[in-house]
Design a protein around this ligand. Structure first.
Ligand SMILES: Cc1ncc(COP(=O)(O)O)c(C=O)c1O
Length: 378
């Protein structure tokens, strides 16, 4: 079979092979990108009731009106975004929302600024659209918040979009209001839209979440239920943008997806309305685990780690122990621990490992004990 050229620009994620190996029984997996909790009880009950009522057909393309109204209300109340339910599409996870935004805006030859280290999907999605990802650095010395100068330096007349992500995967950074406003101002002054991925918005330990769309109307906001409500398998996300952008994205969504899973939509509505306690409990558990990880990392010589203020990842600097890829592979082989090499997230991730704390306390302690043991030569 002959395949489209656009696929030669992207690769199966290099960490996939490691994840396969991670399935062995005696391996501790500290590479998970999803909460290890169930979904809120209210969401489960909503699915059961909807199933019994045969709510299993197509829904409106943009999503059920009750859910869009609840999302719009949430965006107005919590995010200070002047949102209307017509300016929202409910998508198959935030992943689809990112894809819609990039496909709607990026043409062959266009450049898109993406964070480095940053979430693994941004660059491949840009390449699939024929564009060129241009990495801007997030530096440990700046607690992994972007420096506006670093963005500005990389803008050209081909820059079509700037991707931002706070709280951030893989670094756990939560951008200050000042950073958000400065980036919004820069984008507005150049007339470049922002694509703001806010999926970790509810998982914050210190600081506050600031939405870019509050400060710059030409912002496409992507969010979802995977991280906040542990609903990864239900594949439910959404995108909010100015009306004309939503109409363009809807053209794509209607043909590739038609509508999102009906049962996931009622689950999301229930989670928004009655899932708060669940989020609070989950964040509390993550906070305790974060303390364990930070304490363990602190006891390994030559390793520094910025305190993650959000999400559920630590992103320590292991550069004194060699390259990320080799170290991660050695840890898997000799210590039977899976972590993600920083280079999976872009060039600037070299020297770092991503260690997830979306797993039980015992696994975290055991995994860290093994890592320390290996590095000490034991
Ligand atoms: C930053 C970021 N954005 C988007 C996603 C995709 O989320 P979803 O499950 O809603 O597609 C992830 C998942 O790991 C993520 O870390």
């Amino acid at each position: 079979m002959r395949f489209a050229k656009r696929l030669s620009a992207i690769d199966i994620s290099g960490i996939r092979k490691m994840f396969e190996l991670a399935k062995a029984r005696d391996v501790v997996n500290l590479a998970l990108g999803e909460p290890d909790f169930g979904i809120p009880r209210s969401a489960k009950q909503a699915i059961i009731s909807a199933l019994e009522e045969d709510f299993t057909h197509y829904t409106p393309n943009k999503g059920i009106p009750e859910l869009r109204a609840a999302i719009a209300e949430k965006l107005r109340r919590e995010n200070g975004i002047n949102a209307d339910e017509e300016d929202i599409i409910v998508t198959s996870g935030a992943s689809e929302a990112l894809h819609l935004a990039i496909l709607a805006l990026v043409e062959p030859g266009d450049e898109v600024l993406v964070p480095s280290p940053g979430f693994v999907s941004y660059s491949p999605l840009v390449r699939l659209a024929g564009g060129t990802p241009v990495e801007y650095p997030l530096r440990e010395s700046n607690a992994f918040e972007p420096r506006v100068g670093d963005l500005e330096e990389r803008l050209t007349e081909r820059t079509r979009l700037i991707v931002v992500n706070s709280p951030s995967n893989p670094t756990g950074a939560v951008f200050s209001k000042r950073t958000v406003r400065e980036i919004a101002r820069l984008a507005e002054s150049r007339g470049i839209p922002l694509l703001s991925d806010e999926v970790y918005e509810r998982i914050i330990y210190e600081g506050e979440h600031h939405s870019f769309a509050r400060y710059y109307a030409e912002t496409i906001t992507v969010n979802g239920f995977s991280k906040s409500y542990a609903m990864t398998g239900l594949r439910l996300g959404y995108v909010h943008a100015p009306g004309e952008a939503i109409e363009e994205m809807l053209k794509i969504h209607q043909y590739i997806q038609a509508s999102t899973v009906s049962l996931s939509q009622v689950a999301a509505l229930a989670a928004l309305e009655r899932g708060e306690e669940h989020v609070r409990e989950m964040v509390e558990r993550f906070r305790q685990r974060r303390e364990i990880i930070m304490e363990e990392l602190g006891s390994i010589p030559g390793v520094s780690c910025v305190l993650p203020r959000g999400a559920f990842y630590a992103f320590p600097n292991f550069s004194s122990y060699g390259s990320s890829g080799e170290l991660a592979m050695a840890l898997l082989k000799h210590a039977k621990v899976v972590v993600t090499p920083g280079t999976a997230f872009g060039r600037e991730g070299e020297g770092y490992l991503r260690i997830s704390f979306a797993t039980g306390e015992e696994s975290i302690r055991e995994g860290m004990r093994r890592i320390r043991g290996y590095l000490e030569g034991g």
